[in-house]
Design a protein around this ligand. Structure first.
Ligand code: ATP
Length: 238
């Protein structure tokens, strides 16, 4: 089987600073794959490059059989790759429903869009209850739900989530993780970036540990969860 996403020897730099130093990994259709690692490891840079927001120095990105190199961000979305960015980036003055509609900007199948808005409300009932309110009135966790809902509105083949649990209370975080689990059960392919290694590895099929721009360890979510070095470095064990 060919992978949905294949990243090969990817290098990305900000001027002279090399943030991603030759990483390779793949994501098969239907899988949840996670990149974990501490601050500054290069996880966000990797996602931004996959989205077309940054250009790699070298390496290859193949998505659904096509090379993504030199494809601009708006085209990447139309190929089926959606990105729910770190820090959410919702539009605070627009209503929740209009924020969701924005995620469908490339679609013109009205019925399908309405169906998917309903699906977002099924997934996140709070968004439905507040759909006419300005998105800026939502709590941090609810804004994270909106960002995920919006990314799903493009009906992506691959959903990329950058730190969905960032800044959330433990209960909110559990909710977000349960939703990721639910999306997975519905067949959504997900690339998840997380600092919360425990939560991410618990639900991931495969994981990769990044340190200063490199992948230093890879395995199934369960293998990494039980790996001694991972437990020491990322799960706070002595
Ligand atoms: P975090 O969890 O803190 O977001 P990360 O693993 O996502 O960490 P990146 O944000 O990808 O890491 O950062 C990787 C490296 O690139 C860091 O050393 C960071 O300081 C640097 N970096 C990130 N963005 C820029 C930028 N716009 N200009 C210069 N250096 C940057």
């Amino acid at each position: 089987m060919t992978a949905l996403l294949e990243v090969e020897d990817l290098r990305v730099a900000y001027g002279k600073i090399e943030a991603v130093k030759g990483i390779s990994f793949k994501v098969d259709a239907g899988e949840v794959v996670t990149l974990i690692g501490t601050n500054g490891a290069g996880k966000t840079t990797t996602l931004r490059t996959l989205s077309g927001l940054l250009q790699p120095v070298s390496g290859e990105i193949r998505f659904d059989g096509k090379s993504l190199k030199k494809i601009p961000a708006h085209k990447v979305v139309s190929l089926g790759l959606a990105h729910s960015p770190e820090g959410r980036h919702i539009f605070p003055r627009m209503t929740i429903e209009d924020n969701l509609r924005l995620g469908a900007f490339l679609r013109n199948d009205k019925e399908g869009i309405e169906k998917d808005i309903k699906r977002a409300y099924d997934l996140f009932p709070i968004l439905g209850e507040r759909r006419k309110q300005a998105a800026g009135t939502l709590s941090g966790g609810e804004q994270q739900m909106l960002a995920m809902g919006r990314a799903l509105m493009s009906r992506p083949k691959l959903l990329m989530l950058d730190e969905p649990s960032m800044g959330l209370s433990p209960i909110m975080m559990q909710k977000i993780m349960a939703t990721i689990q639910e999306l997975k059960a519905q067949g959504t392919t997900i690339l998840l970036i997380e600092q919360n290694a425990q939560a991410a590895l618990s639900l991931a099929d495969h994981g990769h540990v990044m340190e200063v721009g490199k992948i230093v360890l890879s395995g199934t979510g369960q293998d990494l969860l039980h790996d001694e070095s991972v437990r020491k470095a990322y799960l706070g064990e002595d």
